[in-house]
Design a protein around this ligand. Structure first.
Ligand code: NAD
Length: 296
């Protein structure tokens, strides 16, 4: 593996700060995004621009992919001008996107046919974790390759956990989304209920944060709900995508996900009404409307 050369594809809210940490750590980065402005920004940070995923693969033996959905990962790897066209044997593709575990395994087999390793390495910790290099990274793939890519992942994350073979990282990330979204929507529902009951929301949140119902969501997302700050963070359309992935994967293994299924429907409602580029916590507005509260 070319230790100091890394390709990076997908320079969005998460990918850009993650790639910057790699540059700071001394890696030479070759970057591509279909958004040319994102590439130009990274060039000002010292990255080499590329014209396509195949261009990235011709310059790097380790390639990080951080794009939205399963179809985007497939496009980057196997479409015309994709990674597969130029990647050399013994290279590694580290897919940090949140996608379907089944598609991750499909990509591992496809790349495996060219003697290229695929590691699923989706992340949690959000945009704050990406900026502070404090992501928790959930990795699926063989143990030897895990050890090889560990120094690179440690540049971006404070916790890097090997969850098992290919697909296990993506599966762990989806399980994580079930935990997180239950908390998030519970918080929004609790605040709307408190408002309808005439409570002072700041006083309620302060009291709740000192009891057994406190959570990361309450402490970190709660204040943004009170401030009506719905900028992303994590976009609503990506959360809707993650919930679709959970429900699909649960169907494959006959896992019951009744709460997540209902929450998924709330996100369908939200996106049918408007822009999916707001923060996913704007789901509180759907619950407010269901409760007859009219606010911006
Ligand atoms: P984003 O939409 O901000 O960025 C995605 C980037 O990928 C964009 O710049 C887009 O132009 C690029 N892209 C899409 N398709 C492409 C293609 N075919 N070729 C090249 N570039 C392409 O999304 P994000 O918030 O950075 O999220 C990226 C991934 O990380 C998603 O899977 C998301 O679910 C996951 N994630 C996000 C967060 C968060 O808080 N934002 C947290 C954890 C995980």
């Amino acid at each position: 593996m070319g230790k100091k050369n890394i390709g990076f594809i997908g320079l969005g809210i998460m990918g850009t700060p993650m790639a910057k940490h790699l540059i700071k750590a001394g890696y030479e980065i070759a970057v591509y995004d279909k958004n040319i402005d994102a590439v130009k920004h990274m060039v000002t940070e010292g990255a080499k621009p590329c014209e396509s995923p195949s261009d990235v693969a011709s310059k790097s033996k380790t390639i990080i992919v951080m794009v939205p959905d399963s179809s985007d990962v497939k496009a980057v790897i196997s479409d015309n001008n994709g990674i597969l066209e130029t990647i050399g044997t013994e290279s590694v593709v580290i897919d940090m996107s949140t996608i379907s575990p089944k598609v991750g395994i499909e990509m591992a087999n496809l790349l495996g046919s060219k003697r290229v390793k695929y590691m699923d390495a989706p992340v949690t910790g959000g945009v704050v974790g990406a900026h502070n290099a404090k992501l928790s990274i959930l990795v699926g793939g063989d143990a030897e390759t895990f050890e090889n890519v560990l120094p690179i992942l440690k540049v971006m994350g404070s916790n890097v956990a090997h969850m098992g073979p290919n697909g296990a990282g993506h599966a762990a990330k989806l399980a994580n989304q079930i935990l997180g979204i239950g908390c998030m929507v519970g918080l929004a529902e609790g605040l709307v209920f408190a408002e309808k009951m005439g409570l002072d929301l700041s006083a309620f949140m302060d009291a709740a944060s000192k009891g057994a119902s406190t959570s990361w969501m309450l402490e970190n997302v709660g204040p943004t709900l009170l401030d009506r700050d719905f900028s992303p963070g994590f976009m609503a359309r990506h959360m809707r995508k993650d919930l679709r992935l959970v429900v699909e994967a649960a169907g494959d293994v006959h896992a019951a996900v009744p709460i997540t299924s209902i929450i998924s429907q709330l996100y369908e409602q939200m996106l049918s009404e408007g822009d999916g580029s707001v923060g996913h916590h704007a789901i509180i507005k759907v619950i407010e409307r269901l409760s007859g509260i009219k606010k911006d």
